[in-house]
Design a protein around this ligand. Sequence first.
Ligand code: NAP
Length: 241
Amino acid sequence: MSKKTVLITGANRGLGLETARQMGQLGYHVYLGVRDLAKGEAVATELANHGIESEAILLDMANPATIAPAIEAISAKSGSLDALINNAGVNLDEGRKASEVPVDAIRETYEINVFNVIALIQAALPLLHKSPAGRIVNLSSILGSLTYNSDPKAPLGDWRLLGYNSSKTALNAVTAIFSYELRNTKIKINSAHPGWVKTDLGGPNAPMELEDGAKTSVWLATLPEDGPTGGYFHLQDRLPW
Ligand SMILES: NC(=O)c1ccc[n+]([C@@H]2O[C@H](COP(=O)([O-])OP(=O)(O)OC[C@H]3O[C@@H](n4cnc5c(N)ncnc54)[C@H](OP(=O)(O)O)[C@@H]3O)[C@@H](O)[C@H]2O)c1
């Protein structure tokens, strides 16, 4: 396979699907990481109707046992991976205060938003090293900024969600620490805040449309050799950690 390849988790709807569409339009072969293969196959058929080459691959970010088979399948088919977009993410706080959100909900949030992202990065690194320009994008959020969470006047309003925000803070640390280990390689890794985007997670009042919401991920997944690594971005602006 000569096309560039990208693996996107949570690619069956929301930002993941729009990112798949935009990466496909750039000529990438898109591996659609989904936890429901039937949904993923329906998405691949729909994308094919628009000339986008993709295929669904089972990847349940709550179940680390799905990671190795997914990476093995990509290895067998493509032999390398040019970009990994860790897009799947959940908010299980349900608006509850820090004093009220059950620890089990936080644990589950961390499994999906942090621990299995680490596991997927570790599993995908050998394939990313085989690319001339491997790129890793971690979908964080402005709600993960420790600078903002530690400032009562920061523009987060009451969005001080113990599970979600702290999981994205941890994910930002994952970005920073991997970037150090990878600093002398061709691989770049960055955190993205897509904006507040109209999706099931963002809700109908979000000001940003999907098309713009996917832009930060697409930019970071296709960075040129002189592009940044170990950063935290919205569009092309750096955010405070
Ligand atoms: N929308 C925003 O305003 C906003 C702002 C900042 C950051 N973000 C981040 O951007 C990313 C995408 O958000 P979104 O708004 O597109 O969310 P969304 O509309 O809720 O979609 C979430 C996607 O993640 C998938 N997913 C959930 N749990 C999964 C699991 N265990 N394994 C695999 N996939 C799973 C979902 O698949 P199913 O259909 O199977 O559930 C779906 O494809 C998230 O990391 C989110 O935190 C979003």
